[in-house]
Design a protein around this ligand. Structure first.
Ligand code: CP
Length: 340
């Protein structure tokens, strides 16, 4: 790969738009940045972050990464800092929205070198939801690169950080076995993390086993892309309902809770259905089926509901270094997208 950034000027919305070589190039750059103090190459540059939903890790890692490289960050929260936005093209704006996303995106592009958006599901039916209207609208109308800080469909910066964490823990990830296992959560959590992790695993040639209750399948379009990508990279994807069989012999176990697409616009029925699986959490007994396997989770974690304390706090758990790697990958991504 070249010394110059191969991803200059690109949007970071899904790993699907990056080649395995580009993903590895950024991971290697993040490893170098961990060892070498970066200085202040982003002096005079600015990042505008827009949050439609809460965040700890993403908000902190984006802001601290950009500021410690010398740049300026503005953090805008929808519902508090922004005018209510209209997303429909050609809308007669006589309702609650005061500003069209096309105007907001174009104006922010005048102030900032990068725009980053977090926008999760909005309670629509899945066919509409999966269009990821908020991030796609910002992509369409902004004139600077867009970072996805977690959308309905994807969480690419989490997945890129996870690629760094797996590389550090296991060496080159190609050929390693990763078990992605659904766990119970009192709320229907987004599908962005399992989608992002699956895409990353497929790109990097891992052997991925995905385990979930029958009604909790990933988005069929995303799964088809993941299967196609795994074939191209020499990896594989296996679906396995039984979590015990799924983790057998894994090098790493990645736990994530997510909601049911099938019941997406029927939240009460989905909550009742999910309760049937409330015993499905990651325990030391489950981890014992993969001796020595590393444990990952994107966090936040509902301890002793999703995952037992004994797993989260075990020496094999990577959850804190995994969260820490968000910062290092973010520094590498900002510099690389800005062509530095
Ligand atoms: N993993 C992650 O994105 O955490 P936050 O929701 O706290 O940003």
């Amino acid at each position: 790969m070249p010394d110059r950034s191969p991803i200059a000027g690109r949007d970071v919305v899904t790993l699907d738009t990056f080649s395995p070589e580009e993903i590895r190039w950024v991971v290697e750059r993040a490893q170098r940045l961990k060892r070498e103090p970066p200085g202040a190459p982003l002096a005079g540059r600015s990042l505008a972050m827009v949050f439609f939903n809460p965040s700890l890790r993403t908000r902190a890692s984006f802001a601290i990464a950009f500021r410690t490289l010398g740049g300026t960050v503005i953090d805008l929260e929808a519902g508090r800092d922004l005018w209510p936005l209209e997303f429909r093209e050609g809308a007669v704006m006589a309702g609650a929205a005061d500003e069209h996303v096309s105007d907001a995106a174009r104006v922010l592009s005048e102030y900032a070198d990068l725009i980053a958006i977090r926008s999760l599901a909005r309670g629509l039916d899945w066919a509409q939801e999966r269009r990821d209207l908020v991030i796609v609208s910002f992509q369409k109308h902004s004139t600077v690169p867009i970072f996805n800080m977690e959308s309905v469909l994807d969480h690419p910066c989490q997945a890129w950080g996870d690629a760094l964490t797996l590389t550090e823990a296991l060496g080159p990830p190609a050929g390693r076995r990763l078990a992605l296992t659904w766990c119970y959560h009192p709320k229907a959590r987004p599908l962005a993390v399992p989608h992002g992790v699956s895409t990353m695993a497929a790109k990097l040639g891992l052997h991925l086993t995905i385990s979930h209750p029958e009604e909790y399948a990933l988005d069929p379009g995303v799964l088809a892309m993941v299967q196609r990508t795994a074939e191209e990279s020499g990896g594989s994807v296996r679906l396995c309902e039984d979590p015990r069989a799924a983790v057998e012999g894994a090098d790493a176990v990645y736990a994530a809770p997510w909601g049911s697409i099938r019941y997406h616009n029927r939240p009460e029925e989905e909550a009742e259905l999910r309760l049937r699986y409330r015993e499905r959490r990651v325990t030391p007994e489950l981890m014992a089926r993969a001796p020595g396997a590393r444990f990952l989770h994107a966090m936040p974690i509902r301890r002793n509901v999703e995952v037992d304390d004994a797993v989260v706090d075990a020496p094999t758990s990577l959850v804190v270094p995994q969260a820490a790697n968000r910062l290092h990958v973010q520094r590498a991504l900002f510099l690389s997208v800005l062509g530095m």
